[in-house]
Ligand binder design. Structure first.
Ligand code: NAP
Length: 267
């Protein structure tokens, strides 16, 4: 049994992870932590009876008391790096779902893996459908290099563009390079009208109540468009990926960025 703790346990994703880990026969939910914890039993967060896991509010204490091997991290862009540094210093492998990491953070996690001789996984998106969307988009960009990304999320999301949109853009750029798109003399009458610019790809972030996590990658060619769209209509969509990551992270070599690497080696 792999000993797992959940960081951000009171959150929307944290609660789903508590449920998924607690019900998997190969994983043992040993600990949970959230800064706003009132020391509830984790069972009360997932609608079951007491399960004997008290949600702590101090990460070092929870690690000392519960000795996890893996920490699943779903908190916030400002919290994720301090939590990961502390976990890795204590020899705990992180499975990182929080988005908003920048290139320097990824580099630092890679270095921490070497320093402490442990492994880690970053997945900007844990749902299989979203990973396929990213892979299909990267492939399509070889043939239709003019592309824009629209991502749509609930209005409580803190970072924009989403981690999935950024990862999609990275994968597209790896296949088609940087490219100036649109009319060279175009003018924004309102600042931001054309969205963010990643190597020429325009990215648009919609934030509204009612959405969970959605993305369209739209390609344009002469007389045609191609739209690749993925919708996570519930947070359960991420859980098979999170559970797979918990089971595989300890046997990885250093840092793995993207759940696609686990799915591909699994086949
Ligand atoms: P959420 O509902 O706001 O939950 C985050 C929880 O973490 C909150 O309870 C928050 O407390 C707590 N927290 C904040 N700082 C903390 C710290 N230093 N230590 C421990 N707990 C802390 O957010 P969410 O919707 O679950 O999303 C969490 C992250 O996952 C976001 O970055 C989101 O973009 C990402 N996400 C990733 C995927 C994926 O597939 N990779 C899918 C969905 C979401 P407060 O409310 O008091 O701040």
């Amino acid at each position: 049994m792999i000993r797992v703790m959940v960081c951000g346990a009171y959150g929307k994703m944290g609660r789903e992870v508590l449920k998924a880990v607690n019900s998997d026969p190969e994983l043992s939910l040993v600990g949970a932590m959230d800064i706003k914890s009132d020391f509830a039993d984790a069972g009360s967060l997932i609608g079951v009876d007491k399960i004997g896991v008290i949600v702590g509010n101090d990460l070092q204490t929870v690690i000392n008391e519960t000795k996890p091997q893996v920490m699943v991290e779903f908190t916030a862009p400002d919290s994720v790096m301090p939590n990961i540094r502390l976990a890795m210093k204590n020899g705990v492998s992180p499975v990182i779902g929080t988005t908003g990491l920048v290139a320097a953070d990824v580099k630092e996690i890679e270095e921490l893996c070497k320093q402490y001789c442990i492994s880690a996984l970053i997945a900007p998106n844990f749902s299989v459908g979203a990973i396929l969307m990213m892979l299909f988009a990267a492939e399509a960009a070889k043939y239709l290099p003019n592309v824009e990304i629209i991502e749509l999320h609930h209005d409580q999301k803190l970072d924009a563009p989403s981690g999935t949109a950024l990862r999609t853009a990275e994968l597209i750029v790896a296949n088609r390079g940087e490219k100036k798109q649109g009319h060279p003399d175009e003018v924004e009458k309102l600042v931001g009208a054309r969205g963010a610019d990643y190597a020429g790809i325009r990215m648009h972030s919609v934030r509204l109540p009612g959405y969970v996590a959605h993305q369209e990658v739209i390609f344009g060619g002469v007389g045609q468009t191609l739209t690749i769209r993925h919708d996570s209509i519930s947070r359960e969509s991420f859980m098979p990926g999170v559970v797979l990551a918990c089971k595989r992270v300890l046997s990885l070599d250093g840092l793995v960025h993207g759940l696609e690497h686990l799915l591909i080696t699994k086949q």
